[in-house]
Design a binder for this molecule. Structure first.
Ligand code: NDP
Length: 324
């Protein structure tokens, strides 16, 4: 059996994670990494190629895993690359997913390629679990909690405050809220009632820490509505303890069957590295895209359209033998 030939587009956190994940999947092979930068600048032992040469690989690569950023890279790269390749991406700009789907679908249908959009863990695995829960327990409530995790957007917001040299922000689920959901209370909770925010900040020399703390805690949209804690630490401490990209979260479906019978579904992720985990999800789904494309599927699809068994390197027969 020939290995599935994968290309990586964009070599950031996610691209590096995909490179690592491919090594753990014996039925896959990394053909090349495609980048907009000078390929010589790419620190890898794999083959690095300028993205302008991507069409040279049209009969070589089976699936392109596109690892650009959601805000500007993916809306441009995915429809372009889908002209020649099956693709997988992690587009996560929630409000723009329908529009993104329709653009990619048009290109992929026209060129007889298959594109799986918006996979990863959220959107991705969490989206699947929400649908599963809502389908099985139609009478109930769905809850998503994020964290403990590093939030890029909130960390950027802290760093823009005057007097701040560096900083990170963790989103942390509130334990009492989790417990109320587990008990089947079906509480009405705002995002702020579900999560708290903890910041680690390196202040510039001579800056007033109380002013910084106040600017963070009163920042509208980002912190003002939340219980926010600010810790001031040294630059060395920030580097030593806050350089990783942990994340995770929980999806609950809490409902009733019959008259009063409480049923609760809980799915959780605890991730030491958000990009490495997300990359592992993209790689498993690229196997499914390869199989589905071989069966003649074209256009854009989401995780809801992919049969679970297609993610596995095992045959349907092997999977059936292990149903229980
Ligand atoms: P990065 O910012 O690390 O990388 C994005 C792109 O920037 C790369 O593809 C690369 O393109 C370019 N780049 C990276 N490093 C450098 C550098 N040193 N100098 C110049 N350019 C660079 O983003 P991430 O990989 O962390 O995340 C990608 C997207 O994944 C995010 O936008 C997020 O929306 C999504 N995501 C989705 C998740 C989900 O569950 N669905 C979970 C996590 C992330 P090039 O090589 O062409 O220069």
């Amino acid at each position: 059996n020939n290995p599935i030939k994968i290309g990586i587009v964009g070599y950031g956190n996610l691209g590096k994670g995909v490179e690592l994940a491919i090594r753990q999947n014996k039925d896959m092979e990394l053909v090349a990494i495609f980048t907009r930068r000078d390929p010589k600048e790419i620190d890898t032992t794999a083959k690095a190629v300028h993205i302008d040469k991507i069409t040279d690989y049209r009969n070589i690569v089976d699936v392109m895993i596109i690892c650009g950023g959601s805000s500007t890279d993916l809306p441009q790269q995915v429809p372009y690359i889908a002209q020649w390749f099956n693709t997988v991406d992690s587009f996560d700009t929630h409000a723009k997913i329908p529009e993104f789907f329709s653009t990619v679908n048009k290109v992929a249908k026209e060129h007889h390629t298959l594109s799986l959009i918006s996979t990863g863990w959220d959107p991705g695995l969490f989206s699947m679990l929400r649908v599963l829960g809502e389908s099985i327990l139609p009478q109930g409530e769905t809850y998503t909690f994020w964290g403990k995790g590093l939030s890029q957007g909130h960390s950027d917001a802290i760093r823009r405050i005057e007097g701040v040299k560096a900083g990170v922000q963790y989103t942390i689920p509130i334990e009492t809220a989790l417990e109320r959901v587990r008990q089947g209370e079906n509480p009405v909770l705002t995002t702020a009632e579900k999560h708290e925010r903890v910041c680690y900040v390196v202040a510039q020399e001579g800056s007033d820490k109380s002013v910084i703390e106040n600017s963070i805690k009163t920042m509208p949209n980002y912190f003002a509505d939340y219980n926010t804690t600010v810790h001031f630490i040294s630059e060395e401490e920030l580097k030593a303890n806050h350089s990783a990209m942990p994340h995770g979260g929980k999806v609950f479906r809490s409902g009733l069957t019959g008259e009063q019978t409480k049923q609760n579904i809980e799915f959780g992720l605890t991730l030491e590295s958000n990009p490495e985990f997300t990359a592992s999800v993209l790689v498993a789904f690229s196997r499914a895209v390869y199989k589905q494309a071989k069966q003649g599927h074209t256009g854009a699809v989401t995780v809801f359209d992919i049969p679970l068994g297609a993610l596995s390197p095992k045959s349907a027969e092997e999977l059936r033998a292990n149903l229980l």
